[in-house]
Design a protein. Structure first.
Length: 181
């Protein structure tokens, strides 16, 4: 994938942190060998109701995730975690596709979904605020180029300073998903 200047986009990602990042490192090679990429890994809930959420998609982005794909991924993850045992106590495993209004966790996602609306939350204040909403214009170097909604302004947000982002469900996004794009 390339940025708007024709260069290659670095493989930067914010797919997990903490214990979830450790689990991602353990399961990623197996999922990659099965033809899937991890979009996000999260652990939610407390000690009594812990849930491991794994969001994945086909490495070949033209393929659509199916329930059978999620079942296959779930069985593979369960087998790995049975051996590795990185989570103390009981937990529930949830495997899903990213969906239409998906989280944007990799720098390449911002180039892939250029032209669509997104919400981005930064880890620190940028120009006096942390939350930004607007149309993705692509990626330049390691910065997300965003046309700010309801403002006559564009901004570049450093990917490394981002805490989370996701696409906003719009008619254009639904139409693109139905067209296979």
């Amino acid at each position: 994938m390339s940025d708007s200047s024709g260069g290659s986009i670095p493989l930067l990602a914010k797919t997990s942190d903490g214990k979830a990042a450790q689990i991602e490192q353990i399961i990623a090679p197996t999922l990659a060998s099965m033809g899937f990429d991890i979009v996000r890994v999260m652990i939610t809930g407390g000690e009594e109701r812990k849930t491991l959420q794994v969001m994945a998609e086909h490495s070949d982005l033209k393929e659509i995730m199916t329930v059978d794909n999620c079942s296959d991924i779930s069985r593979a993850i369960e087998a790995i975690l049975e051996v590795e045992d990185p989570i103390s106590g009981a937990f529930r495993l949830e495997v899903s596709s990213p969906g239409i209004d998906r989280p944007l966790t990799r720098l390449a996602d911002f180039a892939r979904f250029a032209g669509f609306d997104a919400r981005i939350e930064m880890a620190m204040n940028i120009e006096g605020r942390r939350r930004f909403k607007g149309k993705l214009l692509g990626v330049e170097d390691e910065a997300i180029h965003l046309d700010l909604e309801d403002e006559e302004a564009e901004i570049y947000l450093r990917f490394q300073d981002m805490s989370r982002a996701k696409l906003i469900l719009t008619d254009d996004l639904i139409a693109a998903a139905q067209a296979g794009g």
